[in-house]
Design a protein around this ligand. Structure first.
Ligand SMILES: Cc1cc2nc3c(=O)[nH]c(=O)nc-3n(C[C@H](O)[C@H](O)[C@H](O)COP(=O)(O)OP(=O)(O)OC[C@H]3O[C@@H](n4cnc5c(N)ncnc54)[C@H](O)[C@@H]3O)c2cc1C
Length: 404
């Protein structure tokens, strides 16, 4: 990638709102290119959705009807993942446990089998690399699955990463490249004047807010992205929180119950290298409610037990709640806006970990070079503007001399 200083243009000062995988990934790329980058987080960096996630990188297994454009982006992200993981591990000096054991979807009843046959037909129509399994073939791959497993789909190219290690590594790589993270610093407003960003306003405990000047502001505040002052109404990204409850059990790391990521009816199971078995997740339209409920955990455990009866002896490690940053059409919102210097990286819903590499690469490329990668062109905020006042998008920041 071109560095910010390589063409003698002024190096832009970057302010990023939100230190999740989106903010940290973009920040890492920009800091490594020589830009001064400050990332602000209202809490501890990386502890929101990016910490709560399961880390599945499953473009094929998770495909849904009507999401063909998103599938293209997801597949592209998946293609980049191995090289991105290697680069990040080298830059951060720590492993992120990218695992390529593949993913299985299993059915326990005839109805489930019909439902996954529908998914399989869709996957095949989309030319995805997936294979039908009989119940016996499914149990040959994963011997501890219930004898009730009647059929399955094997997706050999859908993988996983330890998302908690990912956020830690991104923060380390970002700071090693010269970036600064401001923890516990909520951004109250984005300062915009004459259709151009001038910086961000940090809330403080005292009376006076602190203004932090910037040429480029990246809005990467996850499920909170809509709530920041200063944005014109038509530039408020239509993003809402979708609650998910999860838990984890402890397996013997030397003799785990699973090696693949497994989707069973109502639940998915993600085995980590250290023996953790992640179990997720509820999908609840309850705003920022963060209660763990008996019903939510009961559903997850019951559905897991039906597919993998051996869990009964495992100890419970942790239970938690996260909030997916979900846009109106479930797809991310990326790249330029009609305000000069205001850039979006939000709305990643259930795919933010999968999309981390392409978000980091494409958004930083736009900021550095003024080029909108064709892969993200369908995902700019513009797509929601049809029913709203249309405003002309300014020339990309790079062409205004703020960036290379
Ligand atoms: C239960 C669950 C399971 C998931 N599983 C997967 C999965 O298996 N695979 C996958 O690809 N994705 C998964 N996801 C989705 C993924 O976690 C998200 O899409 C992704 O983490 C979004 O990253 P982000 O950086 O946009 O948001 P976040 O990680 O939420 O980061 C946003 C940050 O912005 C900060 N912030 C907010 N407002 C302000 C403000 N005003 N000032 C300063 N800071 C602010 C927050 O404190 C937060 O740290 C899952 C999500 C959940 C909840």
């Amino acid at each position: 990638m071109q560095t910010a200083q390589s063409n003698n243009r002024p190096t832009p000062r970057i302010a990023i709102i939100g230190a999740g995988v989106c903010g940290l990934g973009i920040g890492w790329r920009l800091a490594a290119a020589g830009c001064p980058v400050d990332i602000f987080d209202q809490g501890e960096p990386g502890q929101a959705a990016s910490w709560a996630a399961a880390g599945m990188l499953a473009a094929r297994a998770e495909v849904e009807p009507g999401e063909e454009t998103l599938l293209e982006l997801n597949l592209k992200a998946q293609e980049i993942w191995p090289a991105f993981a290697a680069e990040l591990e080298a830059a951060s000096g720590m492993p992120i446990d990218y695992r390529d054991d593949g993913t299985m979807i299993v059915a326990l009843t005839r109805d489930d089998a019909e439902a996954i046959r529908f998914t399989f037909d869709l996957q095949k129509r989309l030319d995805l690399d997936v294979h039908w399994l009989s119940g016996i073939e499914a149990r040959q791959r994963e011997q501890f699955l219930s004898p009730n497993v009647t059929a399955g789909i094997h997706s050999p190219s859908d993988h996983q990463v330890d998302n908690r290690k990912l956020v830690t590594a991104l923060q380390r790589a970002f700071e090693a490249a010269g970036g600064t993270v401001h923890a516990h610093t909520a951004i109250r407003a984005i300062d915009i004047a004459q259709e151009k960003v001038r910086g961000v306003v940090a809330a403080t405990d005292g009376d006076a807010d602190i203004h932090h000047a910037a040429d480029v502001v990246v809005l990467a505040a996850g499920a909170w992205s809509r709530d920041i002052d200063g944005l014109p109404t038509d530039l408020r990204p239509p993003v809402r929180p979708v609650k998910g409850q999860m838990l984890s059990l402890r397996m013997d790391a030397e003799a785990p119950l699973l090696r693949h990521v497994v989707w069973a009816p109502g639940v998915y199971l993600v085995p980590r290298n250290d023996g953790t078995l992640i179990i997720g997740a509820t999908v609840e339209e309850k705003g920022f409610d963060s209660d763990l409920t008996a019903g939510g955990i009961l559903d997850l455990l019951r559905d897991t037990w039906e597919a993998l009866p051996g869990i009964t002896e495992l100890s419970v490690d942790e239970m938690w709640v996260g909030h997916r940053p979900t846009s109106r059409d479930d797809a991310p919102i990326l790249g330029p806006t009609t305000v000069d210097g205001l850039v979006m990286a939000t709305g990643h819903h259930r795919n933010g970990i999968l999309l981390t590499p392409i978000t980091a690469n494409a958004v930083s490329q736009y900021i550095l070079e003024g080029i909108v990668d064709p892969a993200i062109e369908p995902f700019t905020l513009d797509r929601f503007a049809k029913s709203r006042r249309k405003r002309a998008r300014p020339a990309p920041a790079g062409k205004l001399g703020v960036v290379s």
